[in-house]
Design a protein around this ligand. Structure first.
Ligand code: K7E
Ligand code: CUA
Length: 653
């Protein structure tokens, strides 16, 4: 929820609050507040031992996902998703560049907020992780056996794909919605015509049960509100999805005031099974639009395709599909408890945490307990759907997760704390400060039918005095809190990469044995693969030169190349012919306007180099691979354009 116009004000309030906490003596060093010997032993994972859980955290404006162990908080990997990553040549190698194509062209960055694990029967199944690109609306799918991004689909008619990509209980769909309403379809209109011309979008991206491949199934054209967050139903509420909707005032300027007028905004409740029936009955309209769909094929090569039409439902054409649930005030998060019965919202400006009952929603619909209609969509009566309200929970409730014992945990941004409450009666049971300004929080398995419980992780925006200072920009951070007893107990602080809006965690045993160790060289289908050193070669076609190169400990073939000219487009195709785990090779050459290549065992990666000056340039392996890694080097001779130096290269005798 950061980077909005109220950030400065909230930041000051948070800072003031931090000052109060410090003055009260709660928050000076990392060794207080539970960081004692007992806590240390709870998070200690001895050298050589494994963590119990993987945690996948969004990188926020880094555009990536980072992989940590819990309870240790150790960082294992950054998975490149929406941003180019020179370390891994993601978005630089020819095989990966198409992943970052959009209808706007190549976009090498995004803002990633919500990692979402694939589910079977409302439990994390360890197959895929989805995550949203917020800025240029996209959803990505990561394969958890490889921990790489395999697919990215752009979301049309969206502008800020924030309420996304939450997964339905059987991964039938990932949901999407636009945070910013925009002219739908896009057009050049005065901004002041917001109320007439701007619309919202809620979308359902179908996920193929076997392959994970994503297809935009349909979208729903909604009134011009801001659709902020979402959760699909599960159990009793399976078949529904819930989206918070603020700015029901439909303001288009100074939202911090103008979108804070209504005492209640909405949760938009969508019955997607009814939507499916309407689509099947031909009630959707076909809209012409443009959106990119990028995927990695079984040759490990990315492709990008531009799609030009989609199905859009108007709520008026599909009765019983959409209802508004009044919700106090400017809600942010919406979360569904393990049974699917209770739906909690985080009203940033609300004095309570409202909890709706799915059973009561169904009864209100049957009884026509309708308060009014908004744009033809029924608004149910608040009293008719409310299960209870958590009174005086704290300031600025944002997000809620659940444990396996009927408790809920809500993050409080302004009062920097987690509040534990009982789902059945909305009674506050415990609270613990967080350092500082918590956004999301995550209970291990907290959005599943059967949470693992054990820990809640606070994902904080501000760290102030918690770590060694690093100039004007300080790290953001996670805090691991024990929830196994009645009282929450702080165990560990650990810094994060980028802004960890949200994270999800899964038992390591569900995925660790499925990890791919090498790619099978014999099955390498890259058309530019070189599977044996004897096939390594250099081929000129006009001013394009292809270098087909192998890498193995500790040499490249060929390693002496002549006949390249200034201005050539040199395609360097490196195949790592190793078949051992944990032996990537790298490739870099002086002056290449590009990243390195990082090539996994059995894999082929290609990078394009346009030499600019005559000379003899060294190339080398960038990833320390053996005692003779420093010997893993070679030379390319670059001659002036039009030179008569013939193409030549060496192979082993
Ligand atoms: Cu609350 Cu983008 Cu889910 Cu940040 S969001 S906190
Ligand atoms: Cu190969 Cu270092």
């Amino acid at each position: 929820m950061m980077r909005d116009s109220s950030w400065n004000r909230i930041g000051r309030m948070g800072a003031a609050l931090a000052a109060v906490l410090l003055a009260a003596g709660c928050g000076k060093t990392t060794t207080q507040a539970g960081g004692t010997g007992d806590a240390a032993s709870r998070v200690y994972v001895a050298p050589g031992q494994y963590d119990e859980f993987y945690m996948f955290a969004s990188g926020g404006f880094s555009g990536q996902v980072s992989v940590y162990g819990l309870p240790s908080g150790r960082l294992f990997r950054v998975i490149p998703v929406f941003s180019q990553d020179a370390e891994k040549s993601y978005g630089y190698s020819e095989q990966s560049k198409p992943m970052l194509e959009t209808s706007y062209g190549f976009i090498p960055w995004d803002d990633a907020h919500h990692p979402s694990l694939s589910k079977t029967d409302a439990m994390n199944d360890g197959r895929w992780l989805f995550i949203n690109g917020n800025n240029t609306p996209r959803v990505a799918r990561i394969d958890l056996a490889e921990m790489n991004t395999k697919e990215i689909i752009e979301i049309p008619n969206s502008a800020g794909n924030h309420a996304s990509p939450f997964v339905t209980q059987g991964t039938e769909y990932v949901v999407t919605a636009t945070r910013f309403s925009v002219p739908t379809p896009q057009q050049d209109v005065p901004i002041a015509t917001y109320k007439e011309n701007f619309g919202g979008q809620i979308g359902f991206v179908a996920v193929d049960a076997k392959t994970g491949k994503m297809t935009l199934a349909f979208q729903i054209h909604m009134p011009g509100f801001d659709y902020d967050l979402a959760r699909p139903g599960k159990g009793v509420s399976h078949g529904w999805a819930f989206f918070t909707s603020y700015n029901t005032e439909q303001a288009n300027t100074l939202l911090e005031r103008n979108a804070s007028q209504n005492d209640k905004d909405f949760i938009t409740a969508v019955n997607w099974k009814v939507a499916e029936q309407c689509v099947a009955a031909g009630k959707a309209k076909t809209w012409n639009t443009k959106y990119a769909h990028n995927w990695v094929d079984d040759a490990d090569i990315a492709h990008s395709e531009m799609l030009t039409s989609e199905k859009v439902l108007e709520p008026a054409d599909c009765p019983d599909m959409v209802y508004f649930l009044p919700t106090p005030k400017s809600p942010h998060g919406v979360d569904v408890d393990p049974t699917g019965e209770f739906i909690a919202a985080g009203g940033k400006l609300a004095a309570v945490i409202p909890v709706a009952s799915f059973t009561k929603i169904q009864k209100a619909i049957a009884d026509k307990s309708i308060d009014r209609m908004v744009d033809g969509i029924p608004v149910l009566k608040y009293e008719a759907i409310s299960a209870c309200e958590v009174p005086q929970p704290g300031l600025g409730p944002l997000h809620t997760e659940f444990d396996e014992k009927g408790n809920a945990y809500t993050s409080m941004f302004l009062s920097s704390e987690i509040v534990k409450w009982s789902v059945k009666d909305c009674k506050v049971l415990d609270r613990i400060p967080t350092y500082y300004s918590i956004g999301h929080l995550m209970v291990v398995g907290g959005d599943t039918r059967q949470p693992d419980g054990k820990y809640v992780v606070a994902l904080n925006k501000i760290t102030k005095d918690r770590y060694l200072p690093t100039g004007p920009e300080l790290t953001q951070s996670a805090q691991l809190i024990d929830i196994s007893g009645d009282k929450m107990k702080l165990l560990l602080d650990f810094p994060t990469i980028g802004e960890p809006h949200y994270a999800q965690a899964i038992l390591a045993s569900k995925i660790k044995d499925a990890q791919i160790k090498t790619f099978n060289l014999a099955e390498n289908k890259d058309p530019n693969a070189t599977k044996a050193e004897k096939d390594a070669r250099v081929v000129r076609k006009g001013n394009v030169v292809h270098i087909y190169m192998t890498a193995i400990r500790s040499h490249f073939v060929p390693d002496n190349i002549e006949g390249v000219q200034v201005g050539d487009s040199v395609y360097i195709h490196v195949t790592n012919v190793e078949q051992d785990w944990d032996v990537p090779h790298g490739f870099a050459i002086t002056g290449m306007h590009n990243s390195e290549l990082l090539v996994m065992p059995g894999q082929t990666r290609t990078i394009v180099w346009v030499p600019e000056r005559p000379g003899v340039l060294p190339f080398y392996c960038t990833d320390f691979c053996s005692a003779l890694h420093q010997e893993m080097q070679g030379y390319v001779r670059v001659s002036p354009k039009g030179s008569n130096v013939a193409v030549s290269y060496n192979t082993p005798k």
